[in-house]
Design a protein around this ligand. Structure first.
Ligand code: HAM
Length: 422
């Protein structure tokens, strides 16, 4: 039997119902903040990600699905959405149409990581990007939207953590201080950290190894070395978070695994997820648009991992519609049952799911299936009923039943569902 690729799970109807409801809720929430949906291709030129996400990041170094296309061009399955949104913004000259863009996206991303709970090789992100504003209140609005998602999905023990990763002015001198601190203790750090000290020293702060964490206790932190404009921006963001009553903690060690960030960086963690507990994360990327060929334009956004959001969510699944199953008691009644199901389905439209339970070995097994389907009604058609031109309407919730003339069945059910005739 052919199996799916590792870390690329199927979503079966039992899962997709929950996903569809989650997607619907997210779309409504994002749209209520003025975001419009953008859909970009899954495949992009490799250079887009190596330049935006950063050559020395784990994503670009190790995790991208990169292929040579038939025309010899290097192409990559998108590992994240921000780079594509920025490319689309530049390519479609969106800046000329309006100065501020609020875009959201929802779709699969691909990273060749070691699969574990909450970490997959194909996973879905829902992301939001605001392009065109430096205003710290926009940072707060974006963080608030992430917080609102956490609330709407009732995620377990949500924690919003924020930091500032500085900008071109303050990061270089800070980086030197950090490298000299780390260099003096290099041999004491784990192997991964030792490699990162040269390539991407800020990522050392992210190491989960307890020994490395202990060594970092006295390390210089970016937040304590911000230039005045970055410091001012950060204090405006935290002040507005306070007045907006958005709970958060400042975590000086948040550095993010992508190189494009400037100033505000944030992550929201949730419970029930084990090691992969970041539900959503993001930050400012004020230089990315210019670095990828556009005019200097500030921007900020975040992305949420859909799988993690659903794993951490305690919000109940809402059964969207009532189900009606039509049960023919024997083969001679099957065709009429099938036609009745069609008529009822047409009459009730979106109000109900209507199926015919064909090929059942007994009434008992048909009823068991109807109960498993969580059906509210069954319509039972036996030889007796067919002779009298009637059908039995049984309510599985309150266990009442009544015999209805076949030609009346739509009207009776439309009455039960309060559906007006078209
Ligand atoms: P990221 O932190 O790489 O940021 O990913 C955002 C979220 O995607 C994570 O917090 C996690 O929930 C989910 N995620 C990432 N990798 C996996 C995986 N292998 N399996 C399951 N879920 C995963 C970004 O991607 C940025 N583009 C976010 C952003 C938008 N920054 C600014 N705008």
């Amino acid at each position: 039997m052919i199996q799916s690729l590792k870390g690329m799970p199927d979503l079966l109807p039992v899962d997709t119902l929950r996903w569809q409801q989650a997607e619907h809720k997210l779309r409504r929430l994002f749209e209520s903040y003025g975001f419009g949906e953008i859909r970009t291709p899954f495949l992009e030129p490799t250079e887009l990600f190596s330049r935006s996400v950063g050559e020395s990041t784990d994503i670009v170094e190790k995790e991208m699905y990169t292929f040579i296309d038939k025309n010899g061009e290097s192409i990559t399955l998108r590992p994240e959405g921000t780079a594509s949104v920025v490319r689309a913004y530049n390519q479609n000259n969106l800046a000329h149409l309006q100065s501020l863009w609020k875009l959201y996206y929802l779709g699969p991303m691909f990273r060749h990581e070691r699969p574990q709970k909450g970490r997959y090789r194909q996973f879905y992100q829902v992301g939001a990007e605001v392009i065109g504003s430096m205003n710290p209140l926009v940072d707060v609005e974006v963080i608030q939207l992430l917080y609102e998602v956490g609330k709407a999905f009732d995620i377990e023990s949500p924690l919003m953590q924020i930091n500032s990763v500085g900008d071109a002015t303050c990061r270089m001198p800070y980086r030197e201080k950090l490298v000299s601190f780390l260099g003096a203790r290099k041999s004491e750090f784990c192997e991964t950290c030792q490699k990162r000290i040269d390539a991407n020293p800020m990522r050392v702060l992210d190491c989960k190894n307890p020994n490395c964490q202990a060594l970092l206790e006295t390390a210089p932190m970016m937040l304590d070395h911000l230039c005045d404009p970055c410091k001012d921006h950060f204090s405006k963001v935290t002040r507005a978070l306070d007045t907006s009553k958005i709970p958060y903690v400042v975590n000086k060690k948040i550095v993010r695994g992508l190189d494009y960030y400037t100033k505000t960086a944030f992550e929201m963690t949730g419970g029930g997820l084990g090691a992969q507990n970041t539900v959503g994360a993001g930050g400012r990327y004020d230089n990315l648009i210019e670095e990828t060929g556009g005019k200097p334009t500030p921007a900020i956004g975040f992305a949420i991992g859909m799988e993690r959001l659903l794993l951490s969510s305690r919000a109940a699944l809402v059964r969207p519609v009532t189900r009606i199953d039509v049960i023919p008691l024997d083969t001679p009644q099957a065709e009429t049952a099938f036609l009745i199901a069609n008529r009822v389905r047409q009459a009730l439209g979106d109000h109900a799911v209507v199926t015919t339970l064909l090929d059942q070995t007994s009434f008992k097994s048909a009823l068991r299936l109807a109960n498993k389907n969580e059906s509210t009604y069954v319509l039972i058609l036996g030889e007796n009923e067919l002779q009298k031109n009637t059908i039995m309407l049984k309510n599985l919730r309150d266990h009442t039943q009544k015999e209805v003339t076949i030609s009346d069945i739509e009207n009776v059910l439309m009455g039960e569902f309060n559906v007006r005739p078209a």
